[in-house]
Design a protein around this ligand. Structure first.
Ligand SMILES: *Cc1c(COP(=O)(O)O)cnc(C)c1O
Length: 357
């Protein structure tokens, strides 16, 4: 049995009719469909948030920070155990990313290491809900509050994840979502959104996504553009009603893996009911051999991510006030198993058998 790492086509079907309607309407960037999706997502995320659609998740990080007034001369603390767009978005805002290490248990930013990264120039913290697992927002929020810092969630992997009754993306001063096709809520191309409960930030974000202009075409801020196009909004509108069911299926698959692999050859990810399992990431000291063995049995795997941020050639000079050993160790050991809502139990069992063989 061949088990692909992802099967995006299996999920795209529900969007066809919605795209056909949008095509017929003849409005291809912005417009009522974008506004409708923004409202639907806001309703889904929480009682008091506004959503501003933009061109990508990276742009959403940049514009959320700029909307909050973070820019040149400001330091933004984030985690070394993430993908490059987190720091690319911070740097695009003109701010300086400062890296801290991950917690060994959760793989998300370690709140105990924030204090060592704090300087007089620190303006914000960007925790990443990595792999769909909410970061420790209680401790991070307390730290941010104590030091007067802004909190911007990188929620690009965590659509629908929650802490208690609160959805991630509605906790910080602002948040960034990506709708890159592989995400839990994915478009058929690039798309993203800024989420905030602060009216003035939403207002600035609306200007920043389109030349700094108000609808009367008067530019109040200097900006280029980053728009959520109408076709992607139509796709996302069609898919959002399925997100809860898809996330539940992701959780069921994660449980099936966890039950069967408890005594297996790999280290399993820490559990957590609010997790939405964007990725199911196990760890092995013999990753390459493990991946080759799985591939022989038809099981495709990927590595998220092969390097911690500061290990990439382009990002070696980033500020890092402490050791980043946990992030480096994770990068050396992580391997992602297939996990998506359309995966059948038989396929999951085949992955398990391949791992236990
Ligand atoms: C996907 C992703 C982004 C960037 O989103 P794009 O839409 O690809 O720009 C940022 N942060 C994290 C954690 C992501 O997974």
């Amino acid at each position: 049995m061949r088990i692909p790492f992802l099967d995006l086509a299996a999920q795209a079907g529900s969007a066809g009719a919605s795209v056909a309607e949008a095509l017929a309407e003849g409005w291809y960037v912005g417009g009522p469909r974008v506004a409708a999706f923004e409202q639907e997502l806001a309703r889904y995320l929480g009682p008091a948030v506004e959503v501003v659609g933009v061109g990508s998740g990276t742009d959403a990080i940049e514009l959320a920070l700029r909307g909050l007034g973070v820019g040149p001369g400001d330091e933004v603390i984030t985690v070394a155990n993430t993908c490059v767009p987190t720091v690319a978005g911070i740097e695009a805002a003109g701010a300086t990313p400062v890296l801290v290490d991950a917690d060994p248990e959760t793989a998300t930013i370690d709140p105990a290491r924030l204090a060592a990264a704090l300087t007089a120039r620190t303006r914000a913290v960007v925790p990443v809900h990595l792999y769909g697992r909410p970061a420790d927002m209680t401790s991070i929020g307390a730290f941010a509050h104590e030091h007067g810092l802004l909190l911007v969630e990188d929620a690009a992997q965590a659509h629908g994840a929650s802490i208690g009754e609160t959805r991630v993306g509605s906790i910080g001063h602002a948040a960034a979502f990506s709708f890159y096709p592989t995400k839990n809520l994915g478009a058929l191309g690039d798309a993203g959104a800024i989420v905030t409960s602060l009216d003035d930030v939403a207002d600035r974000a609306v200007k920043l996504r389109e030349y700094g202009q108000t609808p009367d075409r008067i530019a109040h801020l200097r900006a280029d553009q980053s728009r959520l196009d109408t076709m992607q909004a139509a796709v996302l509108h069609a898919k959002l009603p399925h997100l809860e069911r898809w996330n539940a299926r992701r959780r069921a698959i994660a449980e099936r893996y966890a039950d069967a692999l408890r005594d297996g050859p790999v280290r399993l990810p820490a559990g957590g009911g609010e997790h939405v399992h964007h990725l199911y990431v196990v760890r092995s000291g013999e990753r390459d051999r493990l991946r080759a063995r799985l591939l022989e049995r038809g099981v495709e795997t990927l590595v998220h991510y092969p390097l911690a941020v500061h290990q990439h050639p382009a990002w070696r000079e980033l500020e890092r006030p402490g050791a980043l050993r946990e992030s480096e160790q994770a990068a050396a050991e992580v391997v992602s198993l297939p996990l998506y809502p359309q995966l059948t139990d038989d396929e999951v069992d085949a992955v398990i058998s391949a791992l236990l063989a």
